[in-house]
Design a protein around this ligand. Sequence first.
Ligand code: DC
Length: 223
Amino acid sequence: MAKAPVIVTIDGPAASGKSSVSREIARKHGWKWVSTGAFYRGLAFVALKKQIELDDTQGLVDLCNSDEWSIELTPTKTEVVFQGVDVTDQINHEDVGSFASRISHHTNVRKALLAAQRNCAVGQIGLVAEGRDCGTVVFPEAPIKVYLTAKSENRALRRALEHGSDVQEIQTAQKIRDQQDSSRKTAPLQIPENALVIDTTELDLVGVVAAVDRHIQKIMTQL
Ligand code: DC
């Protein structure tokens, strides 16, 4: 029988460093990496294109199951492909993130995306999954859970530098998104039980990756 994959979950608020850290951890260990946020961003992007309204739950669920768009995992990207075109760069804007956050409170939308997210682990030796509910809902049985956080102004600055946008505007948008993501009824952003919590405000990528790696080594010796 095939060995169950090692699953590491990394959750946290917007721009807390989840993608860079989880991608690097996956690379170092030769594991797959998935950003579950790309599922919500992909859906948001396609819904905006197709002018599906925020409160049209059935329309959004139908879109989750549509073959017009798909998610492809590569070592460096969780790619969103819409009508055969890679639109990953376009989903990274804060306006798509904001719409993704707003549609992600629909329980049925979350349910419709869950199986595909869990499928990312199938046939793998290891998977690093990042998002908001990876340690609590998508992979609650994962042996290794991490929660990243950082000061709001630092998180906004990181994104503003990446996108060349206004820090104040980004900070305001992120605060709204964090509030929505933490207060929704279904699968809110929260610290999973037994998660290692790391404040990345004063740390660089190397420092955070090292801390996560020490945690992985510690848990792996107990498995
Ligand atoms: O991680 P991100 O910024 O790409 O996520 C975009 C939005 O998607 C986030 O604000 C809320 C939603 N999301 C979610 O509800 N659950 C996840 N596991 C990942 C993202």
